[in-house]
Every structure is written in C-alpha cells, then in structure tokens.
Ligand binder design. Structure first.
Ligand SMILES: NC(=O)c1ccc[n+]([C@@H]2O[C@H](COP(=O)([O-])OP(=O)(O)OC[C@H]3O[C@@H](n4cnc5c(N)ncnc54)[C@H](OP(=O)(O)O)[C@@H]3O)[C@@H](O)[C@H]2O)c1
Length: 259
C-alpha cells in the first residue's frame, strides 16, 4: 500500500509520525507533498518520498490524504482532480469541507472525511469518520490504517462540526486545563514541568478509567470525595467559579462559530 499526504503541516506530520511509530507503513510507502523545502527535507531525511507537486505526488498512491488549510483545499483539489483516478481513495482531514464540496470539485468518487486531532502523532487521536461512494473494503482499509493512530468513530456527516469542536478543539480545551493546573501546581510547590507531568498522567489515568469501565464521571467522582474532605471543597470552589458552566459555554460558542 502507498499513501500520499498533501500538506506536511501539523496534521499531515502528526499522521506520518503516528503511522511510522506504529510501524503501520515503511517510510518509502509514504509520499509527502508540500511547498516548503524545510518540510520536504525533514521527511526526505527519514526515507519518505517527497514532492513539491501535488499532481505528481498522487500518482501511484492508493490513498490520498488532504491535509491543507481549508482556504487552500479547493485549489489543491482542482490541481489534482485530473491526476487522481477513481480507484484512488481520497481522504480529507479539512475541517468544514463537506463530502458534497469535494464531490463537486473532483466528481463522483470514493471520498472519506475525517476529523482527527494532533494526538495522531502519539497514536492516541480520536477520529470522526464519514464516507461517500466507498465500498466496505475501502472503508475497512482506511479504518485499519487510521486505527493505528487512534480511535476511529464512524459518524453521520451532520455531526462533523460537533465532532470538530469536541474531538479536535477538545485537545486545546484539555491543554488549557493542564496549563491552569501547572500554574496552580507551581503555587503549591511543584516546578511547572513536574506539575505538567502529574496533571497529564492524572488525565491519562482518568481517560483509561472511563474508556475501560464506561463508568459515568460522577460515579468515579463519588469514589474520591470523602464527606467533609478536601476533594469536595476543591470541586465546590471550582463550580462556584463557574467551571462546568464555562466549559459548556465555550463548547457551544465554538460550535456556533463552526456552523
Ligand atoms: N490542527 C488540528 O488540530 C486539526 C484538527 C482537525 C482538522 N484539521 C485540518 O487539517 C488541515 C491542516 O491543518 P494543519 O493544522 O495541519 O495546517 P498547517 O500546519 O498549516 O499545515 C498545512 C500544510 O500544507 C502546506 N501547504 C500549503 N499550500 C499547499 C499546497 N498548495 N499544496 C500542498 N501543501 C500545501 C502548508 O505549507 P505552508 O505552511 O508553507 O503554507 C503546511 O505545511 C486543515 O484543513 C484543518 O482544518 C486540523
């Protein structure tokens, strides 16, 4: 299998790093296309094929991943549409670009739309996936590849904007929580790096608890809040300061902006 990645920025690089870390593909099975000589040089040094021409890069690829910024997506799709054959799967990571938008530019063809996050680089992304004109085999091959860089969740395309906010912007929301804990952690005695590691491991452990037990967060909170204890004092103070309301309000504001 050969894949082509158009746009070697944050998301294109995260995908490549995750696939290489998982040994899902050998470097020579991946071609990266990007206008930046620095980006191409970085991947070429690691044994990937590189190209400054998108039209050239898609030749021979079984799957073409579109990883450019939304405002460039139409131009790039117009550039490659005559070079990309119907047997080649087109997978778009572009936020806000619908399956219909892609079909309008490239014609009827198998298309998969994915919203990932940057944790693909460490094989721990979550990805919402919708598709059009794809066979079960095509869906299965893309799901198998993407599952090497995280959890794949098939969703109706109508939920893509909501998924973008929760699953993709969610990385930044979680990081802001970590940064706040680092600031507070420093005040109560830790160096920032140690506070970061403690908080990150707490989040990792909490995430595993929820994913493995499928428990409700309040059930787990009940297990760690002793009556008259310290945890409940901290939680109640955070809620007095508007923690849950701020999160709900932020997610809804981001969704309004997306829609
Ligand atoms: N970042 C996220 O967390 C995230 C999450 C979900 C979805 N997405 C989607 O992923 C896509 C990429 O986002 P990103 O954060 O990776 O952006 P990015 O870091 O700017 O990466 C885009 C890359 O594409 C290159 N590029 C520009 N014009 C090109 C062209 N004509 N042909 C090929 N490559 C070209 C850019 O080069 P220059 O910098 O030199 O212009 C850059 O290296 C976006 O559509 C975004 O909606 C991102």
């Amino acid at each position: 299998m050969k894949i082509c990645i158009i746009g070697g920025g944050n998301i294109g690089s995260a995908l490549i790093e995750g696939l290489l870390r998982a040994n899902a593909l050998a470097p020579e099975q991946i071609t990266v296309s990007d206008p930046s000589a620095q980006v191409l040089g970085r991947w070429s040094q690691q044994g990937l094929q590189t190209s400054a021409s998108n039209a050239e890069a898609v030749r021979g690829a079984h799957i073409v991943f579109l990883c450019v910024k939304p405002h460039l997506a139409t131009t790039v799709l117009q550039d490659i549409r005559t070079n990309i054959f119907s047997a080649q799967l087109l997978v778009s990571f572009v936020a806000g670009l619908t399956l219909q938008d892609i079909e309008t530019i490239t014609g009827v063809r198998p298309i998969i739309r994915v919203i990932p996050n940057t944790a693909m680089a460490v094989n721990a992304s979550v990805m919402g996936v919708s598709s059009r004109h794809t066979s079960e085999q095509e869906q299965a091959s893309v799901t198998e590849l993407l599952s090497k860089v995280g959890m794949v969740i098939p969703i109706d395309e109508s939920l893509m904007n909501a998924f973008t906010v929760l699953g993709s912007c969610g990385t930044a929301f979680a990081l802001r929580y970590v940064r706040a804990c680092m600031t507070a952690g420093c005040e109560i005695g830790f160096k920032p790096d140690m506070a970061r590691d403690i908080t990150a491991q707490v989040l990792l452990g909490t995430a595993k608890l929820l994913l493995e037990t499928k428990s409700h967060p309040e059930t787990e909170i009940d297990k760690v809040t002793t009556p008259k204890g310290i945890t409940i004092v901290g939680l109640n103070e955070m809620e007095d300061q508007g923690l849950s309301a701020a999160i709900v309000s932020g997610i809804k504001a981001a969704y309004r902006k997306m829609s």
